[in-house]
Design a protein around this ligand. Structure first.
Ligand SMILES: Cc1ncc(COP(=O)(O)O)c(C=O)c1O
Length: 356
């Protein structure tokens, strides 16, 4: 359990378990942590090369002003509506500190991103997962009945890839006066987003990341959009210099090259359709996804067996050992070659039928 000088709430926590990260140079088709399969824009690499040592000697701008200005232009909002973070996990941590008091309640429709319960525990708050309604619809009544301090909604959701319309999110924000945090880590692979709702609803915060859509998971940069008076409060609880100087330069170059990023999103969408269709053809049952991954049940219903069988063939996907997910695996959409390797390996799997 750990030494008594460690906070009891920390000793009681399991902590978040990140997806497996193979060593550099390991030959594996890595489709387990939803990275973009393409490299970042060449303009990002060039911007990093051009960095002068003076930029590294000095502290970075505490609000990442250069990025805020560029993101404001792109999204049509004022820079005061943007808060930057060291990945969107940092944004989620800041939000939890700001909106979920000790003894408070954080609610999310479940299954969802497994970091949320950990964030609640860090604040000595409670987490309650409310089951999704039929076909992964937003369970608004059940959420409102739980009387939470805040609701976190991953949209598209992880690990299901399913999507809730901005109209339903607005309905939730109308009926519930606490914070509605819309975690849009994967939204660039969908067709709609909730950013415009921020103008009308003070209690909506929309978080984004450059990890997926801009191929920068290794850089660590995320941000959120909220009304200026909300951002002002969130700023009080962030680390002073939570974004480093290199990441600010690179993230700005990334969002300024929309043409490049959009080409990668188009590829992912096309391949998402192809991989889903082919898996369905093999008797797998993928959920319709708006993200850059697919959650699919496997023939015979033994997700772990499929995960291990694929791994043996050099393909890494994600298995979640939790109720409702044990018959499934989550597969990140890769390049055409990677997806072909996955489909080839899936055909080779000898999955034992549970009923047999
Ligand atoms: C739903 C969701 N939100 C947020 C994140 C965190 O992304 P990052 O901290 O890399 O921005 C992830 C990462 O997998 C995710 O799945």
């Amino acid at each position: 359990m750990g030494a008594s000088f460690i906070r009891a709430s920390v000793r009681a926590m399991d902590g978040y378990t990140p997806g497996e990260q193979p060593g550099v140079g390991e030959r594996i088709v890595k489709l387990n942590t939803n990275e973009n399969p393409f490299p970042p824009s060449p303009k990002v690499v060039e911007a990093i090369r051009q960095i002068e040592p003076e930029l590294l000697r000095r502290y970075p701008h505490p609000l990442a002003e250069q990025f805020r200005a560029a993101a404001g232009r792109l999204l049509g909002v004022s820079p005061e509506m943007i808060l930057c973070g060291n990945g969107s996990d940092d944004i989620l941590t800041i939000a939890t500190r700001c909106f979920v008091p000790p003894g408070g309640l954080l609610v999310a429709p479940e299954p969802t991103y497994s970091l949320y319960p950990t964030l609640a525990q860090l604040e000595e708050a409670k987490f309650v997962g409310v089951p999704w309604a039929q076909d992964y619809a937003l369970p608004i009544d059940a959420i409102v009945r739980a009387k939470p301090s805040a609701v976190y909604l991953a949209n598209p959701n992880a690990p299901t890839g399913t999507f809730v319309s901005p109209a339903r999110i607005a309905e939730l924000a109308e009926r519930f006066r606490g914070l509605v945090l819309v975690d849009e880590a994967y939204v660039d692979f969908a067709d709609e987003n909730a950013a415009v709702l921020v103008n009308a609803y003070e209690n909506i915060v929309v978080s984004r990341t450059l990890s997926k859509a801009y191929s920068l998971a290794g850089l660590r940069f995320g941000f959120c959009i909220a009304q200026p008076q909300v951002v002002e409060q969130m700023l009080k609880v962030k680390d002073s210099y939570n974004c480093d100087a290199v990441s600010i330069v690179a993230a700005t170059a990334a969002i300024e090259d929309q043409e490049y990023a959009r080409r990668t999103w188009d590829h992912v969408r096309e391949e998402r359709t192809r991989v889903s269709d082919e898996l369905a053809h093999l008797g797998w049952a993928p959920l319709p996804s708006r993200a850059n991954f697919i959650l699919t049940s496997v023939p015979g219903g033994r997700g772990k067996e499929a995960y291990l069988g694929l791994k043996q063939q050099g393909i890494l996907v994600r298995f979640f050992d939790q109720p409702g997910l044990r018959d499934k695996v989550r597969i990140t959409i890769g390049t055409i070659q990677e997806n072909n390797a996955l489909l080839g390996a899936a055909k080779e799997l000898q999955l034992v039928d549970k009923a047999a």
